[in-house]
Design a protein around this ligand. Sequence first.
Ligand SMILES: [Zn+2]
Length: 434
Amino acid sequence: MFRSTILSLLAGHKVIAAVTTFTLAAGTGVAVTSQVPELQGRRPAKNVIIFVGDGMGTSHRNLIRFGNVGPEGTLAMDDMPVAGRSQTFPHDPEAFVTDSAAGGTALATGVKTYNGAIGVDENGKRVTSVLELAARNGKATGLVTTAQVTDATPASFGAHVLDRSQQSLIAKQFLEGSKPQVILGGGEDKWFPAGNPGAFPDQPAEDPTEKSAGTEGNLVERAEAMGYEYVTNTAELKAATSKKILGLFANEEMFQQRPEGQGDVYKPTVSLADMTSKAISTLEKDRDGFFLLVEEEGIDEMAHQSNAGQVIKAGKNLDSAVSVAVRYAKAHRDTLVIVVADHETGSMAIEDVPALQDDPKYPNESGEGRTAEDGPFSVPGTDKQFVVDWTTANHTAEDVPVTAMGPGSELLSGVYENTHVYDAMVQAMRLNRR
Ligand SMILES: [Zn+2]
């Protein structure tokens, strides 16, 4: 009874301090030391940083680890005290497997919906996102991605449209509706109308299909009129001093994904770590705290192209950004950090090299056959190699891993629906659900 009274009293730091003093006064020194971690764990999260590795299933996290730090190494995203598993199926009249829009909307709003839906429920009705709730509760907010900033995952947190393809409308809703203070990523083509290339030329050599095709006028001009500082490269991003920053660093995704064997390129001109670091230092100026979404999209896109080598690179970019957040959270204990995925892509297996593995007793069932994009890959810290085998070039229904640290992270232990990630963030920040 005493304990439940304490927990029901917990509304903020002051109350925790009072309870601790009271417990000490009651002379139960042992109880204090055993209760303090639990009480601290139930402090509100002032800040939340959620990382979405798009398409990042368990095997992807293993691939990223083996390929970058070896089997004995530890990724920042794995070096967290809480682990859980998220179930990703959508509420779609036809599909059993989710896309990034329904998956993103479930994480962002706590509502399962149909594939393609951005921030709306099964009936097309708007549902409020955790980013919008955080803003209404006085917090600063930000969206960071290596995809178009208007792509499905960031869109789910800051817009409401019936179909994910309406990317210029999504950009306009960022400016008029959810108003994140920091918007960083690719997708400049959605912000400029046809004929105005913006900072990145139309029909560039690396992908002649890319050209400005915005449907809502010049939205960069609109953003600048609203006080956003507009930046297009790392130097400008680092030099930016405004409280509001719009950074667009590519026409479309910040990498080039291509059909099997045609040479995917994963070399974002601005690192996800630099974007994350700038987003944090800009948003943390708000005394009410902040909510930040950081997405890495190449893991999904390169898995769609069955390109394991590029998934390893994309995963490294993500994990470096997670390191930035972990460093921040260790210095600011009121910060909850979550690493999750919207779904799994490719149902990929990590296998011994063919000479060791291809046993006539157990014939390999994969369809495509091996290509140079599947390895063999060297394993850091060992003399071993592995190859990668893909089951599909599409999404699967596999659960995805979740790791977390900081206040409220304990809510993410266990196995749950993807919608629970939303609930956990809202609860951790004690957001008023108006
Ligand atoms: Zn996705």
